[in-house]
Design a protein around this ligand. Structure first.
Ligand code: IPM
Ligand code: SF4
Length: 472
């Protein structure tokens, strides 16, 4: 009898080109996504050694981090971004790679664009010089974030050197209560296992609550696997996955589609396969989550209070959590719902998809963005933007006083003019609340799209479960 394997084991085995005695493997890479930040030196490396891109058709480039989200017919105000963007245009042209520039409606955050185009498919190995490549694992693909020297290696050889990670299962049972979303699940998991909890592992998410999620929700979960320290996140593909992919521009068609689906159906963890670590979570008891510190593990229920670091026995952790509170300008014991905010950012590869915008818009009703708040919605891609506009969501946002922007990474990491000012406090649907992430001395609270939209209107955090009741 063959050994029972996990989904990760299967994809690994199917792509292994060579295995050294020390456990170093060489993996064939099916898909390579490229953006402007981590690719310039890689292309330069190819040029200097006179090499070509091994399989240009397996590579797709898009500009996302540096693009302005304001009117793109106006000159880009940031000279560094202009250089960065021009380099990607030239490199993709010189090396024959398909490229979505800032004027292409398929442009957007790379991890939204890949799935949207059907470039991301189950069972594939997918890489990108970007940590949130883990997003693509929602399709049952083994998706690694890689560094710039590895980008060069993949461009030149279509392979990647990797040591195999360990298998972790995160089992999420039960049904999510109303108002609680995929974002709350993943924030709760990171709160539970910590930002180093996934180190050395590839996480497979399973269980009733995961199966019940849409593809958008599954992407939100896998997206943040990296914030738990994991190498990648995976969810076994199912009918929802196939339905999402079917008909996308780069998805297989006709006979190839049938063959592909037959293979994709084999992409599940075998009964009896061994996981090195198992974590369980009950979705039925999950509240909406808000982060209070400067790490994605610093999370608490919206009904909670800012924790007291003095309760932590370990000295270094205690000190670092005190520092986080100081940075965030918060005092232990403050009710989360009493924290007032200045800015709201709805967008990013975590929560910038159509379903996220629908959820956020549905919360608004006739509400208006609070006087003290400035709020923006940045669709994850041009296609998300187009769809949202077709549904009239842009109008709901604009009428309520939100800014409606062009697609890109935007204030997720502030590599463009969208930044917090020092001391400003933001309810953000993105994935990182590190110091300075959204602007120098800016303060980030990670939340779900509905929690962000409701906070924009209330001017402080609110429990979305109660909000829905009072707004009805
Ligand atoms: C700029 C890029 C390399 C970076 C990443 O790797 O994730 C960015 O996307 C981020 O989210 O911090
Ligand atoms: S949206 Fe944010 S997390 Fe995603 S790729 Fe862009 S900067 Fe990174």
């Amino acid at each position: 009898m063959t050994k029972a394997r996990t989904l990760y084991d299967k994809i690994w085995d199917d792509h292994l080109v060579d295995m050294q005695e020390d456990g170093t493997g060489l993996l064939y890479i099916d898909r390579h996504l490229v953006h402007e930040v981590t690719s310039p030196q890689a292309f330069e490396g190819l040029r200097m050694t006179g090499r070509k891109v091994r399989q240009p058709s397996r590579t797709l480039a898009v500009v996302d981090h540096n693009v302005p989200t304001t009117d793109r017919s106006l000159p880009n105000p940031d000279p560094d971004s202009v250089i960065q963007i021009a380099a990607l245009a030239k490199n993709t042209e010189d090396f024959g790679i398909e490229y979505y520039d800032a004027y292409d409606k398929r442009q957007g955050v790379v991890h939204i664009v890949g799935p949207e185009q059907g470039f991301t498919l189950p069972g594939m190995t997918i890489v990108c010089g970007d940590s949130h490549t883990s997003t693509h694992g929602a399709f049952g693909a083994l998706a690694h974030g890689i560094g710039t020297s590895e980008v060069e290696h993949v461009l030149a050889t279509q392979t990647l050197i990797q040591k195999k990670g360990k298998n972790m299962l995160v089992q999420v049972d039960g049904q999510l209560p109303d108002g609680v979303s995929a974002k709350d699940i993943i924030l709760a998991i990171i709160g539970e296992i910590g930002t180093a909890g996934g180190t050395g592992y590839v996480i497979e998410y399973a269980g009733e609550a995961i199966r019940a999620l849409s593809m958008e929700g599954r992407m939100t979960i896998c997206n943040m696997s990296i914030e738990a320290g994991a190498r990648a996140g995976l969810i076994a593909p199912d009918e929802k996955t196939f339905e999402y992919i079917n008909g996308r521009p780069k998805a297989p068609k006709g006979e190839s589609w049938d063959k592909a689906v037959a293979y994709w159906k084999s992409l599940t963890t075998d009964e009896g396969a061994k996981f090195d670590k198992v974590v369980t979570l009950d979705a039925a008891n999950l509240p909406p989550i808000v982060s209070w510190g400067s790490s994605p593990e610093d999370v608490i229920s919206v009904q909670g209070v800012v924790p007291n670091p003095d309760d932590i026995a370990e000295e270094n952790t205690r000190k670092s959590k005190w520092r986080a509170l100081e940075y965030m300008g918060l005092t232990p014991g403050t009710k989360i719902t009493d924290i007032e905010i200045d800015r709201v950012f709805i967008g990013s590869c975590t929560n910038g998809r159509i379903e996220d915008l629908r959820a956020a818009a549905a919360v608004i009703g006739n509400g208006k963005v609070a006087e003290r708040v400035s709020a923006m919605v940045v669709p994850g891609s041009g296609l998300v933007k187009e769809q949202a506009e077709a549904e009239g969501l842009d109008k709901i946002f604009k009428d309520a006083g939100f800014e409606w922007r062009e697609p890109g990474c935007s204030m997720c990491l502030a590599m463009n003019p969208d930044k917090l000012k020092p001391g400003e406090r933001c309810a953000s649907t993105s994935n990182r609340n590190f110091e300075g992430r959204q602007g120098f001395k800016g303060r980030t609270h990670l939340v779900s799209p509905t929690m962000a939209a409701a906070a924009a209107i209330a001017g402080h955090f609110v429990d979305i479960r109660e909000w829905q009741k009072t707004d009805a």
